[in-house]
Design a protein around this ligand. Sequence first.
Ligand SMILES: CC(C)(COP(=O)(O)OP(=O)(O)OC[C@H]1O[C@@H](n2cnc3c(N)ncnc32)[C@H](O)[C@@H]1OP(=O)(O)O)[C@@H](O)C(=O)NCCC(=O)NCCS
Length: 143
Amino acid sequence: MLIRPWQKEDNAKISLLEQQCFSDPWSKEMIESAFCQFNFLGFVACENQQVVGYIGGQSLFEDGEILLVAVDESQRGKGFGKSLVEAFSTALKKKGVEKIFLEVRKSNFVAINCYARCGFLQIAERKGYYSNGEDALIMEKKL
Ligand SMILES: CC(C)(COP(=O)(O)OP(=O)(O)OC[C@H]1O[C@@H](n2cnc3c(N)ncnc32)[C@H](O)[C@@H]1OP(=O)(O)O)[C@@H](O)C(=O)NCCC(=O)NCCS
């Protein structure tokens, strides 16, 4: 397993994984636009030189946010998700970020477990946040 910074050349593969992993994926344009933001930070997980997972987010002063995380379905349960969240957290801590936030579907127990394993705690709930009416959990990790 290799975790390395997300580069522009990764955008096409990441968009493909995003379409495969979510019912409401970010479009390629949304991903490219996020990547170009001055405060964007992202990492990819590679196996046999192929990108199999990614994490992307942003930070502003003491706050950070995870916007995108997924691992190729065939590669899940091998620690990639946890390593990506940890790489992101470590990099933001070095930049002086104190807290990282994220939103996750209430039904997505695998992702919730993964974030909890990485030190995130549920701090709030947003009713009907997603387009299908599902609630979101807001989770926070103090760095
Ligand atoms: C959420 C996701 C990124 C986790 O990635 P992963 O590489 O499979 O996760 P890891 O192997 O690093 O496992 C991390 C933790 O998640 C939990 N987990 C992983 N697979 C699980 C499963 N099948 N059932 C329950 N919990 C599970 C465990 O707590 C695990 O920690 P542990 O092994 O120390 O017990 C991955 O499942 C995924 O891409 N899901 C679809 C996209 C998605 O929902 N993204 C999150 C949007 S908010």
